[in-house]
Design a protein around this ligand. Structure first.
Ligand SMILES: Cc1ncc(C[n+]2csc(CCOP(=O)(O)OP(=O)(O)O)c2C)c(N)n1
Ligand SMILES: [Mg+2]
Length: 344
């Protein structure tokens, strides 16, 4: 289990004040709990993969502020989500129970995403309008534009959240989805979780620009860059984008500068392509949980005892989800070909 390393005064908290954003102290504590739950559940899923119980793991760790900040600005059950594989924090914040997420991780029969057929982290959850994704990166982007087009044609009030990495923004799907959404002024927020690497490929090998969001001008939409380690900054930017979309003012390309603090997936060794000092900086000084924890202390919203209580509650949820999901049935082998297209 990752322990937070003690942080010094150099760790920033947030440049913003939650009260100015319409958030209560309880909201900020809830954000902290969701971020911690995402991290601890993710750590548990990695352990299960190492034990041979899950066949693959891809992590949200380091992205928690971006994910919780974004999803906190959405309306559960009304808005639509096309999350990408790192978005464990988005799923938890919108209200998917940890137990259901664990069913996907362990490829169990009652996994709500696909009955254990998809890879882990190919989220899908019908009751909360979470649309499952395909493995080729960025395919969710034009799909999200399509859902937003339907929402607009039906004159509904919902908005669409879709996320992807900066590497995914090199795909043609990115251009097609954003171009279509810009033309029709669709209620969709394109969130780029820019962690500076697409597996081993650094951002400067993907694009000749500093900010993915600068491309928004080319599609006639708002482009916003935000510090993805600051949950309040992300929430503010996302809330403004959601409000623009609901007012009929069209899409936003929101780029959150973040970092993954572990290898790309359970099949990767990141020591081959990035310096340890860089990873260490984001695991300590600029870790999103450390940043929010400092904010809670600074504003007198929480003390260590309260954070210990949150940690205990979170571990209760993680342990319950693990123990329960491990007892659930595996898919029936006789169903293996169900829903698989076979053209004789
Ligand atoms: C079209 C396609 N090419 C390659 C892959 C293999 N692949 C999976 S994730 C990934 C990196 C994506 O990087 P990025 O979009 O920056 O997201 P991150 O994983 O960094 O969050 C690649 C190359 C894929 N899934 N789909
Ligand atoms: Mg990336």
């Amino acid at each position: 289990m990752t322990e937070f390393i003690a942080v010094g005064v150099e760790t920033p908290s947030s440049v913003l004040n939650h009260v100015d954003l319409g958030l209560t102290d309880d909201d900020v504590l809830r954000m902290y709990e969701l971020m911690l739950l995402a991290r601890r559940l993710d750590e548990r899923m990695e352990i299960l993969q190492r034990q041979g119980k899950a066949h693959f793991h891809i992590s949200c760790r380091g992205h928690e502020a971006t994910q919780v900040g974004c999803a906190y600005a959405l309306e559960a059950g009304k808005d639509w989500l096309h999350p990408y594989y790192r978005d464990l924090g988005v799923l938890l914040t919108i209200g998917v129970p940890a137990r259901d997420l664990m069913l996907s991780c362990l490829a169990k029969k009652n996994d709500p995403a696909s009955g254990g057929r998809q890879m882990p982290a190919h989220w899908g959850y019908k009751p909360l309008n979470v649309v499952t994704q395909s493995s080729p990166v960025a395919t969710q982007i034009p799909q999200a534009a399509g859902i937003a087009y339907a929402i607009k044609r039906r004159r509904e009030d919902a908005v669409v959240y879709v996320s992807f990495g900066e590497g995914g923004s090199s795909k043609g799907d990115f251009h097609e989805g954003l171009n279509f959404a810009g033309i029709h002024r669709l209620p969709v927020i394109f969130v780029c979780e820019n962690n500076r690497y697409a597996i081993s490929v650094a951002q400067n090998k993907q694009m000749a620009i500093e900010n993915v969001a600068d491309r928004a001008a080319g599609y006639g939409m708002a482009g916003v860059v935000v510090d993805g380690q600051d949950v309040l900054a992300v929430y503010k930017a996302m809330k403004e984008a959601v409000e623009r979309a609901r007012r009929g003012e069209g899409p936003t390309l929101l780029e959150a500068k973040t970092y993954r603090i572990v290898p790309h997936s359970s099949d990767d060794d990141d020591r081959l392509y990035r310096p340890r000092e860089e990873v260490e900086y984001y695991r300590t000084v600029n870790d999103p949980l450390n940043r929010l924890r400092n904010y809670l202390f600074e504003k007198g919203i929480a003390n260590q005892e309260m954070l210990d209580e949150i940690e205990a509650r979170v571990m209760g949820v993680v342990n319950d989800a693990t123990d329960w999901a491990e007892q659930q049935p595996d898919p029936d082998p006789a169903d293996a070909m169900k829903h698989v297209y076979w053209d004789r």
